[in-house]
Design a protein around this ligand. Structure first.
Ligand SMILES: Cc1cc2nc3c(=O)[nH]c(=O)nc-3n(C[C@H](O)[C@H](O)[C@H](O)COP(=O)(O)O)c2cc1C
Length: 215
């Protein structure tokens, strides 16, 4: 049974980023149980926990959904490849990020495990904040994976085929898939600080627009 890494909490948060180059090496069930048991400690409105976590390893299911994902990738990013890669800023996405996202799109089914968080009633009772009842748990999942040295990425590009995905996985009508998270041991790239705008630039004190330096 692989051991958890001893990593300080803030170091974990500062080194959990999208990891898209993954080895096909299997992830044992005990590790997945531990990761999922940490994920479900996340909050939900009224502690309703209207979620389900679908663990997918089946090659045929992965092949089909990966095809749908690639359609989404192609429509959103693939058609703009040259434009994005010739932009020094990678059109905001960043060149390395684009290439890693392209790699994931081309190899999605090779990730040994996918986790698909599902939220009940999200399809029938539209609520712009529905996602807030699962994204804390999803981030817990990414952090728990990090604790085992396992990479994760929150993805959504399969969602043009939401109904097909639900049908394929037997997900109840009232529910929505909230993400597809490929998990795997990193094949390339390190866990490292995610690049973000500076905290001073995105923090507002008391009122929107009231900003200050960190001092
Ligand atoms: C709602 C949401 C949807 C995303 N969808 C995808 C996706 O379909 N494919 C992908 O490769 N990354 C996806 N990402 C990951 C983002 O691209 C990634 O978090 C962002 O580029 C920052 O990367 P970093 O955390 O490695 O710095 C998604 C992230 C979020 C929050």
């Amino acid at each position: 049974m692989p051991q958890r890494e001893h990593i300080e909490l803030f170091d974990a948060m500062h080194s959990t980023r999208a990891m898209r180059y993954l080895k096909p090496d299997p992830i044992p069930d005990e590790v997945l149980w531990d990761i999922l048991d940490a994920a479900i400690r996340g909050p939900s409105g009224g502690n309703a926990q209207g979620w389900g976590w679908v663990v997918v390893r089946d090659a045929e299911v992965k092949r089909q959904i990966a095809e749908w994902y690639r359609e989404g990738w192609q429509a959103s990013y693939g058609t703009r490849r040259e434009q994005i890669l010739s932009d020094p800023d990678g059109a905001g996405l960043g060149r390395a990020n684009y290439l890693s996202a392209e790699h994931l799109a081309e190899h999605l089914e090779e990730a040994p495990v996918w986790v698909i968080p599902v939220l009940r009633n999200a399809a029938t009772r539209p609520n712009p904040r529905a996602g807030s009842s699962i994204y804390g748990a999803v981030q817990n999942l990414a952090l728990a994976a990090r604790g085992y040295g396992i990479g994760a990425t929150l993805t959504s590009l399969y969602a043009g085929h939401e109904d097909d995905t639900k049908r394929l996985l037997g997900i109840p009508e009232d529910a929505l898939t909230m993400a597809l998270i490929p998990l795997g041991y990193p094949a390339r790239g390190q866990f490292s600080q995610p690049k973000r705008r500076p905290v001073e630039e995105v923090t507002h004190w008391e009122r929107w627009g009231e900003q200050k330096g960190r001092g």
